[in-house]
Design a protein around this ligand. Sequence first.
Ligand code: GLC
Length: 663
Amino acid sequence: MIQKYVYGVPFETEAVMVPVESAKGVPAYGTVTLESGFCFSYTLDTEDVVYGLGEANRGINKRGYCYISECADDPNHTEDKRSLYAAHNFIIVSGAQTFGLFVDYPSKLTFDIGYTRMDTLKITCENADLYLYVMEGESPYDIVKQFRKIIGRSYIPPKFAFGFGQSRWGYRTKEDYRKIADGYRSNHIPMDMIYMDIDYMQDFKDFTLNEKNFHGFPEFVEELKEQNIRLIPIIDAGVKIEKGYDVYEEGVKNRYFCQREDGSDFVAAVWPGDTHFPDVLNPEARKWFGDKYRFLTEQGIEGFWNDMNEPAIFYTPEGVQEISETVKAFLEDTNGEHSIFEVKDAILNLGSNKSDYEIFYHQTDKGRVRHDKVHNLFGYNMTRAAGEAFERIDPDRRFLMFSRSSYIGMHRYGGIWTGDNKSWWSHILLNLKMMPSLNMCGFLYTGADLGGFGADATRDLVLRWLALGVFTPLMRNHSAMGTREQECFRFEDAEDFRHVIGVRYRLLPYLYSEYMKAALTDDLYFKPLAFVYPEDMHATQVEDQLMLGNEIMIAPVYTQNARGRYVYLPEEMKFVKFLPDGSIQEKILPAGHHYVDVALNEVPLFIRQGRCIPVAGEAEYADAVCTDQMTMVGYAGSKYVLYEDDGIHKDYENPDNMKTLHF
Ligand code: GLC
């Protein structure tokens, strides 16, 4: 059961698609006060577990910290961070009383989950203008499914997007891309995509190609397609201010950019230097910006990633002005009133400064709205612009699309990647923990920068991270300019990478099938163990293993120099290891705690009792995976229902897509 409570005059985020009647009275759980803004508070029982929040820091159980929904471009995902790139305001309290909450509010929102007081959950925001959805169900899992029903079907990418992709910030020329393609193909390391970061553009201008390096782009796209590799370009939020640049000129002329209070176009510096932000909350401007993707789709491009859409701001003219005044005050200070720390803080706060978000506006259906009031909707609507445009460009075809910033609702238009992580072992675990929470909020096509974006990767870290990435729908190795090169063929013994990524392709029919089932039935692809084994007290506490689909459990190794790991089995399972010689080792393990050996070049998984999964032969790209002759692995006598379609079109409900395989 879902109850909707209306406070004040909420902004229509369109996160929820199914009409829910407004309830009378007060929510059945906790107390709501409206004296200073909005405050929901609830006393947590000692045993209560709190799930949700999608892309957020820390554990699967969110208890014990404070999280702030305020989309931020912050590349330092340390344990103390309260905001990351997204705002996913859905939580479930599970325990003495079990209920779900979705706070549909597009501005800064704080979830204090036992931080100020260990026994108190407090959700607060400045303006009491919001929808509060309160959900009841048999279990947290049941509540998630109800929530997913009202927010609409999750985005479904084309099948090639389940292949492996290589990315790095800094590829510039066709030659750079050819080298990557060759590095993979000549080493027979499977791959389906190479990502194009900002350097493919002319001066970082959206919907342009570098004139010197990308002459004959459609032919180049074709050249790579002949090797079964797709190019996936980035699109940034800011449009460069440059006389004569068509996107800029059209945006200015039609008033499609975000404006200051006085009606002038707001200026923010990002990669291209000074830019304007397309007003993606204005339906007309959104349509205009979305149609710009045609520039690349018409040249053979089938997928994109949307970036810098929190929106990230390096600085504004207003911010720079303020700094110069702070510096001046410090320099002219003769009686010690201004400290150097004021200067230092001013400089450190120049980027994505809160005050910059208060000086520009959106022209929405409901009139003009100041950006900070709807801040968390920018990335969502930028991606929606693209998603809606793809429907016009080719309504029958699926395009690959994922975004950095997001709000619930965006899950219908694209996936997300989890932003600028680091080549740290702790970030493998953070990657794992985010996955089920993201799924709860509707984001199924997700993954992290495998190998880590910032900092220098090591061979063992990349291998271990890939062995988790084998299971994440988005499987992409991406790194920052200036860091150690981490494409798989850069390291010694490429055959280990060939093998680990090869396992992804052998599992592709299964992983794709489970993804499609989850998407088509509003279910989870990744689940915490507690959702499957709610009565098992150990399972509830497991934070480094996940259930995937309906058949398997994953438990990757995420510690350097470890030769295996401890794993908890809530029931008897078959421990399966993909060995580097291509063989599959299987061993039944009883319920309980075990130490399992897992070498750097092995991929482990666990099959639930009485179930089986199909495993294909080797393939170097998604289209080459053959599902006619698959081996069944797991418990003999069981069966598996495989979902299979052409991976291109949208004929999802066709009964021929389902096939029962017997073991
Ligand atoms: C941002 C993105 C990163 C990208 C870089 C350059 O930091 O998160 O993935 O490589 O910008 O475009």
